[in-house]
Design a protein around this ligand. Structure first.
Ligand SMILES: Cc1cc2nc3c(=O)[nH]c(=O)nc-3n(C[C@H](O)[C@H](O)[C@H](O)COP(=O)(O)O)c2cc1C
Length: 362
């Protein structure tokens, strides 16, 4: 599909002036203020609802409706299978003991959650999306069951999938989605990979966009390393119908990211962002630090997501509270050092103007 036709089609689908999507970022980054500011500026603000409890999600949606921000969306995590036992947790705690001791933290006892808990939460989140008539819903970590897709379509929700390879993008299209977010290897945060091994999914946007756009008839949205109008224009020239930016919005005024996270983006310019499983048990791109380096030897014995996340959370919080980047999960894409510190609405407006300088309408 040619870029300008794809762009018009996507804008119409999403009900926005510009096909600029603020990536959903779970863990409190995508506040109501951030989502509202992006949508009001003509982009699409997305609630990172994956980890949210359903009533908190409903409250955020009500807040956005009250603010009358226009189109917005929410993002959910497709349930995945995992098994974690109390023994696994004990082993993981043993490996984490030196860092817990370093921060003077106590290790708590708890019953590990299982796949059923994750499924029940997902169902309850979906109920909220349908009941509240959220205009756009995106998914990461796979494709929901067809009954869920049908239910959302009946409710008139626009559906976005996430893919990291051409094969995954084709599966998203076959499942009936309206558009697909292509997550390049550059992307910050967790890999959305669900069909291929993560190592095989590390394709840069330079080739992933055109090779996918050539195969699909639904619009493709490029995500990964896009920080300014140069990146927006390049993605659109390669065949993207729109863009989704995460890291670029972390440093905005309205983002809920901790100041340690915001500052780390541009402070340590020569520190790379790397793929690691040590924080959550699932591969994610984050800024390199002591915790990633020290825990790397345990990667193979890491407990599954989301339990590893729960086990490392107190360490991450303590690191941030101490003003240190060294034990915190600082999710960020490869373009992090180009982060700008401004309001989210201003960032959307800048991206539009900068892309236009290359003759590209977004
Ligand atoms: C802090 C952070 C949290 C993220 N959380 C989510 C999430 O909850 N759901 C999701 O679909 N993608 C999430 N992502 C990935 C983004 O959707 C997107 O693929 C990525 O940000 C694009 O790369 P960039 O960060 O270089 O712009 C997250 C990314 C970051 C940086």
């Amino acid at each position: 599909m040619d870029t300008s036709r794809g762009n018009s089609m996507l804008k119409e689908l999403l009900g926005v002036e510009h096909a600029i999507i603020q990536a959903p970022m779970a863990g409190g980054v995508t506040t109501e203020e951030l989502v509202g500011a992006v949508s009001r500026a003509g982009g699409l603000g997305m609630i990172g609802a994956g980890g949210m409890d359903p009533e908190a999600l409903r409250k955020t949606i009500h807040g956005l409706k009250r603010r009358n921000v226009g189109a917005f969306g929410a993002n959910l995590f497709v349930p995945w299978g995992f098994k974690v036992t109390e023994e696994n947790i004990a082993g993981a705690y043993e490996r984490l003991r030196p860092v817990y001791d370093h921060f003077g933290l106590e290790q708590e006892t708890f019953i590990p959650p299982d796949t059923e808990d994750v499924k029940m939460k997902f169902d309850a989140q979906l109920d909220v999306i349908v009941e509240e008539e959220v205009p756009v819903c995106s998914f990461i970590f796979g494709i929901p069951e067809s009954r869920h897709i049908e239910r959302l379509k009946e409710a008139g929700t626009i559906l976005l999938g996430t893919a990291t390879t051409v094969e995954e993008a084709e599966a998203v299209e076959r499942a009936g989605f309206d558009a697909v977010v292509l997550q390049g290897a550059e992307a910050g945060g967790h890999r959305g990979t669900f069909l291929n091994p993560v190592d095989d999914s590390l394709v840069g946007l330079m080739s992933l966009i055109p090779e996918t756009a050539d195969q699909l008839s639904i619009p493709v949205i490029a995500a990964g390393g896009i920080m300014d109008g140069r990146g927006v224009a390049a993605a659109m020239i390669l065949g993207a119908a729109g863009v989704q930016l995460g890291t670029a919005f972390i440093s905005t005024e309205e983002s809920g990211a901790h100041p340690v996270h915001k500052n780390a983006l541009s402070e340590n310019r020569h520190t790379p962002s790397v793929l690691t499983k040590v924080f959550t048990g699932r591969a994610a791109r984050a800024i390199q630090n002591t915790f990633i380096r020290d825990m790397a030897v345990h990667t193979k014995s890491m407990v599954d997501y989301p339990v590893q996340r729960r086990l490392t959370q107190p360490v991450q919080d303590a690191s941030k509270a101490a003003g240190s980047t060294e034990y915190a999960m600082l999710l960020a894409g490869q373009g992090k050092s180009m982060a700008r510190y401004m309001s989210a609405g201003e960032l959307v407006r800048q991206l539009v103007i900068e892309a236009k300088a290359f003759g590209v309408e977004v």
